[in-house]
Write a new protein. Structure first.
Length: 320
């Protein structure tokens, strides 16, 4: 099955992953005007009333870009919605998304028929992120248009399975839009994702080290200075397994190699000592692919770099 038209007008087959706290309108606009899908979690707009302002800002900026650059219009943007019952903002945020007719909604931590129906009613598409084949099947049964396969090595909440295993299982029965997430940080990896069966790649952590990202400079520099060996996979901080920067765990006063004895309830509610540190704000998420991130740069420059690497990788294959 061919990709929906909205995903066919990209410079390279990449979606900028929505990152809690880090993704903001400036980053999304820079990603979209550079030719890839930009996205952000709805919950990043705080208070809830700010979501309307963010969608106004993004919509106006992309419309202005299209007017000034009719030969290379902006890519579409996406909003990530946490569907879990703990998100008491979901109904509000979906109403705001309906007002602005958000072109792509990425759903996480639960699949709902009513969410998919609502997005389809205003003409958008839905992509649902999953960590295994069972959840992928449930998402499609409930009306999602596409699947984001979150494999081992992805930043933040991540799965345990190899991207090869995960893509093969899903592709065995699903011929719709399939996006791969997990340690994809250069253009060659984007092409490899396609070769393995994905339509697009989900790229997050490299965009933390961009000028537009809403991250402290020390976080950005930590991305530059770190590699795969500096990532710790644990469920301590949120109750869901995810990948985090080793240095940020150590800076919180914890031993990254000995987390088994820490009380997760204390971490969640911020009790005494190092337990006052919070996931995402103090304990920084990151994928395993950051070893190729060599400096902080503008998001547009990063997309240019990915595009050049992608073209070079395709050329190598053609000449081999």
């Amino acid at each position: 099955m061919s990709l929906p038209a909205i995903l066919q007008r990209l410079r390279i087959p990449v979606i900028g992953a929505p990152m809690f706290i880090v993704s903001n309108p400036k980053l999304v606009i820079a990603q979209c005007t550079s030719g890839i899908v930009g996205s952000f979690p709805a919950l990043n707009a705080r208070p809830a009333s700010l979501l309307d302002e963010w969608l106004h800002e993004i919509s106006e900026a992309l419309a202005a870009w299209d007017c000034d650059h009719p030969d290379r219009p902006a890519a579409p943007f996406a909003v990530n919605q946490i569907v879990h019952r703990s998100n008491d903002r979901l109904d509000h945020d979906m109403h705001v998304c309906a007002k602005w007719k958000v072109p792509i909604v990425i759903s996480s931590l639960g699949a709902r028929v009513e969410l998919n129906d609502a997005v389809h009613a205003w003409g958008g598409i839905t992509l649902h992120d999953v960590i295994d084949d069972r959840f992928a099947r449930k998402a499609i049964e409930k009306g999602a248009d596409g699947i984001i396969a979150v494999a081992a090595g992805a930043g933040g909440h991540a799965g345990r399975w190899s991207p090869f295993a995960l893509l093969q299982e899903i592709r065995a029965w699903f011929d719709g839009p399939l996006i791969l997430s997990g340690a994809i940080a250069n253009g060659g990896a984007v092409l490899a994702a396609q070769a393995a069966g994905a339509d697009l790649a989900y790229v997050g952590s490299p965009f933390i080290a961009t000028e537009e990202a809403n991250a402290p400079e020390v976080y950005k520099q930590a991305i530059v200075d770190s590699g795969a060996a500096d990532i710790v996979y644990t469920d301590l901080f949120t109750g869901v397994h995810g990948n985090y920067l080793r240095s940020s765990i150590a800076n919180a006063g914890l031993d990254p190699d000995d987390l088994a004895g820490i009380d997760p309830t204390a971490m969640k509610f911020g009790s005494e000592g190092s337990a006052k540190s919070k996931a995402w704000r103090d304990i920084w998420g990151s994928g395993q692919g950051i070893g190729v991130v060599d400096r902080v740069r503008a998001a547009a420059e990063l997309v240019d770099l990915l595009a050049g690497q992608y073209a070079a990788a395709k050329a190598r294959l053609c000449n081999s």
